[in-house]
Design a protein around this ligand. Sequence first.
Ligand code: ZN
Length: 245
Amino acid sequence: MVEAWLETLMGAYNRDSYEQREGYMAQIHMPGEVFQSLVWWALQSLPDEILVGLDVDPNRLHRPEVETYFDGPEVHDHLFQGQGHIINEAHIVNRGDSYSVHHLPEDWTDDMFSTQRGSRAGRFTHWLHTHPNAPAIPSGADADAAQETTGVDMILGLRFSPEGPLPWFDDVEGTRRAMKSSEPTKRKRSFFARHQLPVLGKAPSGHRIHELQLIAFHKTGVGINVIFVDEEGWPYGWDERVSMS
Ligand SMILES: [Zn+2]
């Protein structure tokens, strides 16, 4: 089950993906269920970043009408491996700081993963890593690591509290894709309330989530448009898409 507040956020993000479609040559469809797991794992693994390997379902293609709806004027059909297939699996592969998280443990391609992943043992198609209390903008180390990716790389940025040893770090330049709450923040008069961040939702780890950011990019540096889909492959907010256009 996907939390209702997260479904709302994913619908709003999809609206942005539609509005910004001209800036993208390709898209990737991420199930809400998988994304929710990524957010929970990110917060359970603090203060570490986590590296997650993602695979696609070879038998499940993006719904053509959804693909068409989110297409920009310029489409590249063969940009990366797994393109056009819905993501269906996620595994935490490593954890560490912003540099060590990209260095895979040696047992990673060994039997442990091959039994878990059946005959398709090998590299994952896509990769995602987290930026706890930092925006989802790739560092130099992130761009280097992406060079070996056959699919796409994703970064999940989270702003949360209690922040622990990681205060929000915002001194980074780059394109951001935040998941905003569409409801206006209720303003209270007190000094403390004015300095309070909006709470999007709560994680099972007890953290309050103030902001989520997600970007996907190909190793050439071009951005990939992320569409959040439900278990049927329909985008969150699809029924209200009249208001998307
Ligand atoms: Zn990073």
